[in-house]
Design a protein around this ligand. Structure first.
Ligand code: NDP
Ligand code: 8X3
Length: 251
């Protein structure tokens, strides 16, 4: 009997690696994102490993989220694991110089998007009296750093929502876990710095950052614990990282 995992942000980075890791654990994957060709490429890559159902929506659009998930074929509605991963930082600027568009993007994607997807999926899990929601927070949801203001606020919100979801859902049989990575080399910094690849690469220079696969392995470990065990919150850092801003570049 296959289990089903819905992974948001499956077109890149942590989400894509998580889809692959869960596929190898025998999950069928609902791979969500906005870039259709990347979802199709993932589907092809996993041919022979598992079945992948690409699901296109922008997490900011609540009608689109609701419609896409409510329209899943009945057999795909039996979602065992939801990985709320879609998210990004937009800009890195002091609050007095912040861009309203960047603020909207971060709060709409990282916070409201996570809520919209959860709202659409929870009823299916509740009906079956089981399920596991993994929210991807960040070290930035535990510590604020200079110029991180609204991104940090969005991840502090993910932290609060993960704790709140665990409390509200405990009676339903649905587990809620939060994974808080430090620096992971993905497209994250490229998005944050609006396509400036050189500046993005500099974030990961001088030390070994985490790879997406490191976080995906942790997620696979979390979802394969026995039913009575929940890893509620886990922070995963590169060995060279001690806090959001303290990174040993001389290891
Ligand atoms: P990537 O930029 O590589 O991936 C981001 C993913 O989010 C993409 O698949 C993208 O898909 C999806 N996404 C972005 N906006 C939307 C949207 N509006 N609607 C639907 N999907 C969207 O970054 P990461 O893999 O690094 O980031 C994944 C998560 O990990 C994020 O929540 C991030 O905050 C968190 N994180 C990252 C860390 C890091 O250092 N990289 C550290 C700690 C946490 P598409 O564009 O195709 O829609
Ligand atoms: C991503 C990690 O430290 O760049 O959430 O905010 S950080």
């Amino acid at each position: 009997m296959f289990k089903i995992a819905l992974v948001t942000g499956a077109t890149s980075g942590i989400g894509r690696a998580t889809a692959v890791a869960l596929a190898k654990q025998g999950y069928q994957i609902i791979a969500a994102g906005r870039r259709k060709e990347r979802l199709e490429e993932l589907q092809q890559e996993l041919e022979g490993v598992t079945t992948v159902l690409p699901l296109l929506f922008d997490v900011r659009n609540k009608e689109a989220v609701q419609y896409a998930i409510a329209s899943l074929p009945a057999e795909w509605q039996q979602i065992d694991v939801l990985v709320n991963n879609a998210g990004n930082a937009h800009g890195l600027a002091p609050i007095q110089d912040g861009s309203l568009e960047d603020w909207d993007a971060m709060l709409d994607i990282n916070v409201k998007g996570l809520l919209y997807v959860s709202h659409a999926v929870i009823p299916f899990m509740k009906q079956r009296g089981k399920g596991h929601i993994i929210n991807i927070g960040s070290i930035a949801g535990k510590e604020v750093y200079a110029n991180g203001n609204v991104y940090c606020a969005s991840k502090f919100a993910v932290d609060a929502l993960s704790k709140a979801m665990r409390i509200d859902l405990v009676q339903t049989g649905i587990k809620v876990s939060e994974v808080n990575p430090g620096a992971v080399e993905t497209e994250f910094s490229e998005v944050r710095f609006k396509g400036d690849k050189e500046r993005a690469a500099s974030v990961y220079q001088g030390y070994e950052a985490l790879r997406s696969e490191d976080v995906a392995d942790l997620i696979a470990f979390i979802v394969t614990r026995p039913p009575h065990v929940n890893l509620a919150e886990v922070m995963i850092l590169p060995a060279a990282q001690a806090s959001a801003t303290i990174i040993n570049k001389n290891l």
